[in-house]
Write a protein that binds this ligand. Structure first.
Ligand code: NDP
Ligand code: GDR
Length: 357
């Protein structure tokens, strides 16, 4: 009988951590996640897959820890003895990284180094190989050097977050080359879903649409609407992470759709879906501008497509629709037959009151 694979995920409570956990459980892994102690529950995204650890059949386990706490990371590694580690934990908000640069760099940059050091020692002492995935970002490309961006495009990070990700990227390469670690970097372009954090622009928009229709919000305040992003579906992207750790050799891969759209295009499609005009609701607020902006991201994922056999399954429009629908449903605005238009008509009164405010 073959031994069940055991994965350890940092950032398991985040968007990607939740989808990756589902994927690994489907593949019969035992999944361990590191969660932070918080004064209110922060496990919403994984509550539906949580199992009582007393249950003999449980395959999902949570451990308290933090990427800023190296001792605990080592202890968890010793306890769990994972065969694969996915390092998804991060202060992942680019704007916030300008406000809290030291903390962001500690968690994102030093946190990755702490984990790599722990793995290096563990592997040396036990002889057990641990495969490591580093959640790299298209933000590392920053100021445009070439388009589309691919594995060989030079990095030009434009935020404390992106600088820390570049550091983590190169440490991952160095541990692979210096100590023979099976360490892979994913360079993932923006990926979204109904589980996206509420302060990232896509989810902020789709959530606002539902709240406007429900009469809970009057205006939507945004920053730069001209930046362009290559947006994919998070559920597709976690598959690429897993595929990277199933290869014979570790390597670095860009994961992207190859299409780019401005924020105002996202607004057009999302508001258009419910027959609203975004210009009636969106207001500018300079607090959402960044000291330095990343203007244009568009990825070339040929390597991932050819070597991993990966490809996106959801188009840009489908992504926008599924996010709008999920937020409408979240507020009880979609009737069981699933017709959003019907829902909007049903809530015409609410919409009327929202638009007149
Ligand atoms: P989220 O912001 O949704 O989740 C981040 C996760 O990291 C949460 O589980 C959070 O815990 C945890 N975390 C935050 N700080 C720490 C810390 N100090 N120690 C341990 N864990 C911590 O991010 P995503 O799921 O969207 O992204 C996953 C990873 O991929 C991140 O590293 C992100 O930077 C990177 N990435 C994301 C992209 C995207 O478009 N989504 C694109 C490219 C890279 P808590 O719930 O307690 O806050
Ligand atoms: P990003 O995502 O910075 O690309 O990082 P975000 O959704 O925050 O911003 C995308 C673009 O939208 C513009 N924007 C706004 N952004 C936010 N958050 N709020 C606003 O009100 C707003 N108005 C306009 C931004 O200026 C930007 O140009 C995400 C994160 O998930 C990172 O962790 C990840 O590494 C990258 O994607 C790839």
């Amino acid at each position: 009988m073959t031994q069940r694979k055991r994965a350890l995920i940092t950032g398991i409570t985040g968007q990607d951590g939740s989808y990756l956990s589902e994927l690994l459980l489907e593949k019969d892994y035992e999944v361990h996640g590191i969660i932070r102690r918080t004064s209110t529950f922060n496990t919403d995204r994984i509550d539906h897959i949580y199992e009582d650890p007393h249950d003999q059949k449980a395959r999902l386990f949570l451990h308290y820890g933090d990427l800023t706490d190296g001792t605990t990371l080592r202890r968890i590694l010793e306890e769990v003895k994972p065969t694969e580690i996915y390092n998804l934990g991060a202060q992942s908000h680019v704007r916030v990284s300008f406000d809290s640069p030291e903390y962001t760099v500690d968690a994102v940059g030093m946190g990755t180094l702490r984990l790599l050091e722990a793995i290096r020692d563990y592997q040396h002492r036990t002889g057990i190989q641990v495969r490591f995935y580093q959640a790299g970002s298209s933000e590392m490309y920053g100021k445009v050097q070439e388009i589309p961006q691919l594995e060989t495009t030079p990095f030009y990070p434009r935020s404390p977050y992106a600088c820390a990700k570049v550091y983590a990227h190169w440490q991952t390469v160095n541990y692979r080359e210096s100590y023979g670690l099976f360490a892979a970097n994913g360079i993932l372009f923006n990926h979204e879903s109904p589980r996206r954090g509420e302060t990232f622009v896509t989810r902020k928009i789709t959530r606002a649409i539902a709240r406007i229709i429900a009469g809970q919000q009057k205006k939507l305040y945004l920053g730069n609407l001209d930046a362009k992003r290559d947006w994919g579906y998070a559920k597709d992207y976690v598959k690429a992470m897993w595929l990277m750790l199933q290869q014979d050799e570790p390597d670095d891969y860009v994961v992207a759709t190859g299409e780019t759209h401005a924020i105002h295009e996202f607004l057009d499609i999302a508001f258009g879906y419910v027959n609203l005009n975004w210009q009636d609701y969106v207001e500018f607020d300079d607090r959402y501008l960044r000291p330095a902006e990343v203007e244009l991201l568009i990825g070339d994922s040929t390597k991932a497509r050819e070597k991993l056999g990966w490809q996106p399954s959801v188009t840009f429009e489908q992504l926008v629709f599924l996010m709008v629908e999920a937020d409408l449903k979240g507020l009880g605005l979609v009737p069981l037959n699933g017709h959003v238009q019907q829902a909007v008509d049903d809530h015409a009164t609410l919409r009327q009151s929202a638009s007149s405010l």
